[in-house]
Design a protein around this ligand. Structure first.
Ligand code: F6R
Length: 352
């Protein structure tokens, strides 16, 4: 197995994914400014918010939904399809997020929202979505281009968050954003390649996960979205399969699957995403399940958040996963950036 403390392993990161990872706190800053400067859709009579997008763009919608679970007075839904649910109409705010601006499912949903008279906000680096928003006089947040969508979370998530605050759906976000930027800067420094494995959690975890199936467990309406992000970052950066689920739901189905043959055959390593503010009964469930899993998994790592605000806690857990997937790519000797399977599918769709 490669030695992550030998900095020669970085040579495989030919596209500079490390720089993009380290840039997340600064992206939050820029995203906040873009959100402050954005033209606003109308919030009058809005009874639901839908974020529509795919892949690395849609994760911002999931994060908003989880983060605002207890703060947003109207229901939020994340849509990942060409079409929208039947309830979407003039009393719905639809935020269409596509980093490239050319994802056909997102463009389809944008068009449908427009036809149904929904209030719209577009977030993109350009492409057809920027054009369509311009033609329809829809507020459009234009973010810097030229990066892999999954590495632009700060640009895509933060403007929508700030717009929702400016529209009065949620409280002002300056304080949690400021804390989150500080926490992520600190973590970025701790997770740098120059920091040895014995005091660098993502490096140590990547080493444990090498050749194994990562199974990531979060908790409903908080770190469930982060568990999903860990999984998709393992898919796209490290080019491996992974699985995720959330407490308490997993204790009502997935836990039984651990008694079957695949649990042994797949050599599973469990990552538990914990929180300092877990509900007491959920913490109890996690402790009971830990004892059960300890007898069945190859190993288990608990990851705890940093910071006080809900936003800092969520994004610190997410950032730890982003770095872990990066180091797992280096261990496997694969460039974290290219996603050939996705590019091939999009090319084939475009010519079909
Ligand atoms: C690539 C990636 C993908 C894209 C997805 C949608 O880094 O993460 O999941 O995000 O294919 O494309 P966009 O974001 O351009 O709408």
């Amino acid at each position: 197995m490669k030695d992550l403390d030998d900095l020669d392993v970085l040579a495989v990161d030919r596209s500079g994914m490390l720089g993009l990872l380290l840039d997340l706190p600064e992206q939050l800053h820029t995203g906040e400014r873009l959100g402050q400067q954005a033209d606003l859709p109308s919030a009058a009579n809005i009874r639901a918010i839908v974020v529509t997008g795919l892949g690395g763009s849609s994760i911002s919608g999931d994060l908003l939904r989880s983060y605002l679970h207890a703060a947003c007075p109207v229901p939020m839904l994340v849509n990942r399809h060409y079409s929208l649910p039947a309830f979407v109409g003039s009393d719905t705010l639809v935020c269409a997020i596509s980093y490239s601006g050319n994802t056909e499912e997102t463009l389809g949903a944008f068009e449908e929202a427009r036809a149904r008279g929904a209030q719209l906000l577009a977030v993109t680096s350009g492409g057809q979505l920027a054009q369509m928003a311009g033609q329809a006089h829809v507020p459009c947040v234009q973010v810097p281009g030229g990066m892999p969508p999954r590495a632009t979370l700060g640009y895509l998530f933060t403007p929508v968050l700030v717009v929702l605050a400016r529209l009065g759906f949620i409280p002002d976000q300056k304080a949690p954003l400021a804390e989150t930027v500080e926490v992520l800067r600190e973590l970025g420094a701790q997770f740098r390649p120059g920091v040895e494995t014995f005091r660098n959690l993502p490096k140590a975890l990547a080493r444990d996960l090498g050749g194994r199936l990562p199974v990531i467990y979060g908790t409903q309406d908080f770190s469930d979205v982060v568990a999903y992000r860990w999984r998709t970052q393992f898919n796209e950066n490290s080019k491996v399969l992974a699985s995720h689920q959330a407490f308490p739901e997993l204790n009502h189905n997935e836990v039984v699957g651990w008694q079957g043959p695949l649990a042994d055959a797949l050599d599973v390593w469990v990552v538990l995403l914990r929180d300092t503010q877990e509900m007491g009964r959920v913490a109890r469930q996690i402790e009971i399940t830990k004892a059960f899993l300890r007898e069945r998994a190859a190993g288990m790592t608990e990851v705890w958040p940093q910071g006080d605000s809900r936003l800092a806690r969520l994004l610190s857990l997410l950032y730890t996963g982003d770095f872990t997937s990066y180091y797992l790519a280096l261990l496997r000797g694969v460039d974290p950036k290219p996603v050939e399977a996705i590019d091939r599918l999009k090319d084939q769709l475009a010519s079909a």
